[in-house]
Each structure stands twice: as structure tokens, then as C-alpha cells.
Design a protein around this ligand. Structure first.
Ligand SMILES: O=C(O)c1ccc[n+]([C@@H]2O[C@H](COP(=O)([O-])O)[C@@H](O)[C@H]2O)c1
Ligand SMILES: Cc1cc2nc[nH]c2cc1C
Length: 353
């Protein structure tokens, strides 16, 4: 498994920047003052470079919502009980979650991926069954996952990205569902980006002050207990992550390895993406951070990465909701690039006075 993982990393190549001249020339030839479509121009440039063409197409889109449970939930770090994880998976399979509405609005397909939910699910067309274990171990007492489990979960994400590429998808998005998962996500950020725990620990599903204090202590304890096994990004992911976070990390790596752009959802998805970035910096050419989560710390983390998320709507739900919305902005960027007239074709003067 480690060989497959290393092969994935070595197949990630940065984009061919030599295409940027042709893309910029087309953008500047469209009937608008230069640069006046602002970040839409930046977005279509990134999308075109990731796709390796100055005639990019964006038709097929898919959101992967990775679900898992977390042993650290037993420390009382969430406002909701762990049973909500499988209950929300059923809600998604029945079409009743926010991500169902927003993926449908974006014209994106939705796959729910069971990476490690503490429940046995029957087969369902929208459910991908890749359970590694029925929930991670409590990271406050030891590593959340073994190295073998971590690699297995990462390689599930890689395989899903490659399958989507083979099926002709143009753009992928991450999402997640997992009660307590802001706790491992925060521990990962603290370790991967060397950020103070207090500064980046937030209220997740809506915890009170007492629970917030406990959550901070639990994260610090996890960093201490696992201190001996935090040398590489993969070790950090194993000790402090979770099955859905590892799946997201794999989806990002797999997408980058086949030249497919991927839209990263909020606080927890970004942790999987940051793990992938630390494993291979070439990944950044393929990543769109969809939105700035309301979750405390996300702004600090985005600033640390030098990333500017596409949207800022005070979302803090996860599931892939912000990513589905941002897919529509990316699609809008590609459509203006593709559909607008040029100065010469529309007989509009391109000279400013
Ligand atoms: O994506 C976000 O920015 C986000 C921020 C806060 C909470 N969540 C969601 O809420 C759950 C985790 O919150 P918690 O309090 O149980 O750690 C999990 O199911 C996430 O999808 C998601
Ligand atoms: C109801 C509910 C829905 C969610 N969706 C993502 N995380 C969630 C957490 C809760 C509690």
C-alpha cells in the first residue's frame, strides 16, 4: 500500500504555465474592460491551467461526501451525539440534507462515501461502501488510526478520484459528515501548520464555553500523547486525523495526479487538503478553496496558506455545501470565457480613450 501511495505522490505534476499567455490573451480579447470580471478571470485561468488547455470544458461535476465516526467523540467535544453521523448519512441517501439541495442546484452528482461510520449500511445507489473501521480510536489516548488503515483510507480517495476522471468528470468537490470531526481537524492544523490550539479551536456544531475549554484540552492532550509519532504528514494524519479526513486527502491527491481540479469545502475538508498539500506541494495547482468557514480558525489557516476562498457566506455546515456553491461560480467563470464575444467578432472598439 505504501508503494501505491508513493506512486500517487510521484505522479503529481505542477501545471504547464506556458498556457497562461493564451488564456490571458483570450480573456483580454473578450468584450469587457481588461480585468473587469475580477476573480472570475483568476478562477478560469486556474481551471484552464489545471485542465491543461486554453479551451476548457466544465460539464460533469461530482461531490463526494465522506462520512466517519470518531473515538474522540467520547470526550464530549461536540454539541451532538455520535448517532447523528449515520442518521445524517441516511438523510443524505433519502435526499433530505442541505448537500442534496445544493449539489442538485449546482447540477452536480453526489456520492456519499462510508469511510468509517459506526453502523452497517445496506447497499444503496448513492452510497459508496469503503468502511475501514467503525470509527477511529480516541486520539486523546493514542493514534486515531494505524498507518495501514490510514493508507487504506487515503487510497480509497485516490481510487474515487481516478474513477471519476475515467468517467469523464470535469470537476470534483469534497464534503464530509462526522460528529466531533472539528476536533481532529483542529489537531491536524495545529501540527501541520504549527498554529496555537487556542487560536484555531472553535465551536463546531455549537458547543458552549465549558465544552470549548474541554475541547482545547483534549486537542492538546492528543498532540502530547502522540508526540512521538508526528514526524511526517502521513504520521500526523494517522495519529490526529480520521477516516473521512484521510479519504478527502486521498481524493485531493488522486485528482491532482490525473489533472482534475477539486473544490475543497469548509473547515474539516480543508484539513484533508492541507495534509495533501504537505505531502505534495504540486497539489496546490488543482485546489480551489470554496469558502471561508465561520468556524474559528479557518481565516487564520487560509491566511497561513496564502489562499483566498471563493465565497464568504458564514457557512459552517460541511457536507460539501460551500463546495457545491463554489462549483457554480467556477462554472460561471468558464461560461463567460467560452460564450462571450470578442471585440473583433462583436465589432466593439477595444481602444480606451
Ligand atoms: O465545514 C465546516 O466548516 C464545518 C464547521 C463546523 C461543523 N461542521 C460539521 O459539523 C460536524 C462537526 O462538528 P463537531 O462540533 O461535532 O466537531 C461535522 O459533521 C461537520 O460536517 C462543519
Ligand atoms: C444535524 C447535523 C447535520 C450536519 N451536517 C454536517 N454536520 C452536521 C451536524 C449535525 C448535527
Amino acid at each position: 500500500m505504501i508503494d501505491q501511495f508513493q506512486n500517487t505522490l510521484s505522479s503529481i505534476k505542477g501545471v504547464d504555465m506556458s498556457l497562461s499567455g493564451a488564456v490571458q490573451a483570450h480573456l483580454d480579447d473578450l468584450t469587457k474592460p481588461k480585468g473587469s470580471l475580477g476573480r472570475l478571470e483568476e478562477i478560469v485561468m486556474k481551471y484552464a491551467l489545471a485542465r491543461g488547455t486554453d479551451h476548457p470544458v466544465l460539464k460533469k461535476k461530482k461531490v463526494f461526501c465522506f462520512a466517519a465516526d470518531h473515538g474522540v467523540a467520547a470526550e464530549g467535544v461536540s454539541a451532538f451525539p455520535a448517532e447523528v453521523t449515520p442518521q445524517m448519512v441516511y438523510n443524505m441517501l433519502h435526499g433530505g440534507a442541505a448537500i442534496n439541495a445544493l449539489a442538485s442546484h449546482a447540477g452536480a452528482d453526489l456520492d456519499v462515501v462510508d469511510m468509517g461510520v459506526n453502523h452497517d449500511f445496506d447497499e444503496h445507489p448513492a452510497l459508496r461502501r469503503h468502511k475501514v473501521r467503525k470509527g477511529s480510536a480516541n486520539m486523546a489516548k493514542g493514534p486515531a488510526m494505524t498507518m495501514e488503515e490510514t493508507l487504506q483510507a487515503v487510497m480509497v480517495g485516490v481510487a474515487l478520484a481516478r474513477e471519476a476522471h475515467a468517467e469523464g468528470y470535469d470537476l470534483l468537490a469534497t464534503g464530509e459528515m462526522g460528529i466531533a470531526n472539528t476536533t481532529p481537524a483542529t489537531a491536524l492544523y495545529a501540527s501541520l501548520l504549527d498554529l496555537p490550539v487556542e487560536m484555531i479551536t472553535g465551536r463546531g456544531t455549537g458547543i458552549d464555553d465549558v465544552t470549548l475549554g474541554r475541547k482545547i484540552s483534549v486537542i492538546k492532550q492528543a498532540l502530547e500523547v502522540n508526540a512521538g509519532q508526528l514526524s511526517t504528514p502521513l504520521e500526523k494524519l494517522a495519529a490526529l486525523g480520521g477516516f473521512e479526513i484521510a479519504g478527502i486527502c486521498g481524493l485531493v491527491l488522486g485528482a491532482a495526479s490525473v489533472g482534475l481540479p477539486v473544490v475543497v469545502d469548509g473547515f474539516i475538508s480543508s484539513a484533508g487538503a492541507v495534509a495533501a498539500l504537505k505531502m505534495s506541494c504540486g497539489v496546490s495547482d488543482y485546489l480551489f478553496f470554496s469558502h471561508l468557514s465561520r468556524e474559528q480558525g479557518h481565516k487564520t489557516i487560509m491566511n497561513r496558506l496564502g489562499a483566498r476562498p471563493i465565497l464568504d457566506l458564514d457557512l459552517r455546515l460541511g457536507e460539501g455545501t460551500g463546495a457545491a456553491l463554489a462549483m457554480q461560480v467556477i462554472e460561471a467563470s468558464v461560461r463567460v470565457y467560452d460564450e462571450m464575444a470578442t471585440f473583433s467578432s462583436a465589432n466593439v472598439s477595444d481602444k480606451s480613450v
